[in-house]
Design a protein around this ligand. Structure first.
Ligand code: HEC
Ligand code: HEC
Length: 328
């Protein structure tokens, strides 16, 4: 009797569990159906404030360059959007580089760094600008020695890092600062979070078009980009049209040597695109509208009415969030 009773109870309990599981699955399915391809930027980032402050000073200090003429901020001006407004960057000895400088805002959210994704982390990325002859032209032992000779830097490093000034700790402080450079609370994020008044009708239509035309299949996630590689010129050969192919145009191919990576680039974040003209890895698109035109021509291989393109531009402008470093 008791045995049957407990058998019933167990059966009833498993039935209840089954219903719970089915219910949960249904909620999940509904959630997935309603999910947007773009996520809000997290409002809080965990950084060590003292290390980030040290990193901020290093970021703005020309001491990192070989002749004291160039800082990270020379090419990544934070107040105006974290880039330099040039077609391609210019480093020490006035040497022009080969590509357009991306913004450093929200770079911490990218799955890889640089247009061709050659650095896996922000730490690895810093070796690039510091040592590149087209950027700061330094060598690490010199940078370490110069900082060591500066009493203030030496004291600050010794206070924050048991092993004082070295390449690893310099990079750590700069990365800590870059981790703080996020731009939450954009109008679009507020809309995502439920404030349906945050966008006007045209901007909202722009977002719908952005999804319908397939822009969001490449520009997606919290950074509206930065989470995959894609060939530039999927549907029309951009490079044939532009001519004069440079090494930088090879994109990811230069790293992997795989044919399918020829002209593949990290899909850039559109978060601050409203502020970071000119556009594309070669800086060839002067305005946001030009970049959107190029996307229609080369990535989608289709025409679109002017008003659709303008609505998409209006939507992209709602992606700009807030940072105390930013004052456009
Ligand atoms: C001379 C101009 C110049 C200087 C100086 C410079 N950068 Fe850059 N930065 C660039 C360019 C150009 C790129 C793109 C290079 C590429 O993708 O091949 C870039 C890329 C980056 C990226 C990758 C962003 C992304 O979305 O892939 C980060 C992060 C970055 N720089 C941070 C820094 C830091 C930190 C410093 C100082 C240590 C610095 N940069 C100094 C021009 C510069
Ligand atoms: C197949 C993937 C793909 C699709 C679809 C796509 N893009 Fe892009 N987008 C890219 C890649 C890759 C780049 C970088 C190309 C380069 O610089 O060489 C880019 C660059 C951009 C840029 C320039 C950003 C910058 O900072 O330089 C904008 C703006 C942009 N896309 C908007 C859009 C819009 C709007 C759509 C839809 C109409 C769209 N994209 C569709 C992959 C895509």
């Amino acid at each position: 009797m008791t045995a049957t009773h407990s058998l019933y109870r167990r059966a009833a309990a498993s039935l209840a569990l089954l219903w719970l599981a089915i219910g949960a699955l249904m909620v999940l399915a509904a959630g997935v159906g309603a999910e947007e391809p773009i996520l809000p930027i997290p409002k809080q980032v965990d950084v060590d404030p003292a290390k980030a402050a040290l990193g901020r000073d290093l970021f703005h200090d020309t001491i990192l360059s070989k002749d004291g003429t160039v800082s990270c901020a020379s090419c990544h001006d934070l107040a105006s959007g974290g880039d330099d407004g040039r077609r391609v960057s210019v480093g020490v000895d006035d040497k022009p580089g080969m590509v357009n400088a991306p913004t450093v805002f929200n770079a911490a959210m990218n799955f890889k760094q640089f247009w061709d994704g050659r650095a896996d982390t922000l730490e690895d990325q810093i070796d690039g600008p510091v040592q590149s002859p087209f950027e700061m032209g330094s060598v690490w032992p010199e940078v370490v020695a110069k900082l060591y000779r500066d009493d203030e830097y030496r004291t600050r490093f010794e206070r924050l890092y048991p092993d004082g000034i070295n390449r690893k700790n310099i990079k750590n402080a700069i990365v800590e600062f870059m981790n703080s450079l996020s731009t939450p609370n954009s109008r679009f994020d507020r809309w995502l979070e439920g404030d349906k008044t945050a966008l006007n009708a045209r901007e909202l239509r722009g977002y719908e078009l952005f999804k319908d035309y397939g822009c969001a299949s490449c520009h997606q996630g919290a950074n509206v980009g930065g989470n995959m590689f894609q060939v530039f010129g999927v549907l029309n050969d951009y490079f044939k049209k532009r001519g004069d192919i440079t090494e930088a145009d090879l994109g990811r191919y230069a790293i992997t040597g795989n044919d399918e990576d020829r002209h593949a680039f990290k899909v850039p974040s559109l978060r601050l695109a409203a502020l970071t003209a000119p556009y594309l890895h070669d800086g060839s698109a002067a305005t946001l509208r030009d970049a959107v035109d190029a996307m229609f021509e080369f990535q989608l291989g289709r025409e679109a009415p002017d008003e659709d393109k303008e609505a998409i531009v209006a939507f992209i402008k709602t992606l700009v969030g807030e940072s105390k470093e930013l004052s456009p």
